[in-house]
Design a protein around this ligand. Sequence first.
Ligand code: PMP
Length: 405
Amino acid sequence: LPVTHLEALRAQFPILGSSAYGKPLVYLDNAATTQKPHSVIQAIEHYYLHTNSNVHRGAHYLGDLATAALEGAREKVAAFLNASREEIIWTRGTTEGINLVAHSFGGSYLKAGDEVLISSLEHHANIVPWQQVCRRAGATLRVLPLADDASLDTSRLDEFITERTRIVAVVHVSNALGVINPIDEIIRRARAVGAAVLIDAAQSVAHFPVDVQQLDCDFLVFSGHKLFGPTGIGVLYGRQTLLDAMPPYQTGGEMIETVSFETSTWNQLPYKFEAGTPHIAGAVGLGAALDWLTTQDRNALLAHENDLRDYVTERARAFPGLRIIGDTPSKVATLSFLLDGTHPNDVGTLLDQQGVAVRTGHHCTMPLMNLLGVPGTIRASFAPYNSRDDIDRLFAALEKAARFL
Ligand code: PMP
């Protein structure tokens, strides 16, 4: 991005102007959560100042405003993913979306002897719910292995996607390494054997456009807070025919059509999967985040992020004793690395003291860290508001840390 563009972009994110320990903040923990533009913060404030009410009751003026705000945000998500509004379910985030699908779809569909396939790159959120449902159903959880460069070994797909495979649940972009997975190929192979596919898009939607029709996946989940929106709100996309056939996940108010003391019937989609009062302000904030993102020049943002990725990789390769973990050709702007003779946590602490925010540890991917034979990594993850200057500050801070350790 031209410098003036980048400055204008950064100015929209008030927190980027803060300091840490008296030093200007360099925020490189965007894979954990992104910062929020003014417009998102203002939309949430506006909601509580002028709209707040409960929804879907047709009770009064404010109730109608709040309902319109919630459903308007749903329309924005539907357009963002190229889905219809009935297929967009509000969740608390990626974790809840996967649990919903594992319980409702997996729980009613998996039988003894069936297989669920995940990959070696999964976040715990896309491992544990499948372990649990497989255990209950007597199904087997299988794991697509890594190739030598820590990308997925697609040469072995035939072995892992067979007529026993019922569900394939795979992460689009690895949060720990930044590797972009070949999900087109995986989805094609899964559909050829009639398996349902869930995509964990937590780390992809903020970086490049994701179209569920083009992908031809059955389920796709993400979290608002990794997409410049608030915490506590997320999205499950589900193919309508599957959502229609699935039993509810949580039950109670809002998700019912009729209730007697003996039995109940379910509301239509999407409400069937939305028990209780939804996170209305969160949905409004996420809608504002999508407005913000979709009015940017996304090609320019992507080109900028790719420039950051290439620059940080070049600096990393030249840094003495630095080992990149997951040095694959297909990546977003995330650098996971180790420094010879140091522990990731010690490096992270020394970077933090210099105002550089990175994440260290296993990144909720303990099985992946075990496969790679590392205790964890240091991860610098970038967003469009980051700059080459941030990368220079990272490496200046790393030089100091390396001298100290
Ligand atoms: N999957 C991936 C790939 C992630 O990066 C994350 C968040 N680190 C999650 C799932 C879980 O997201 P959340 O905590 O927002 O539910």
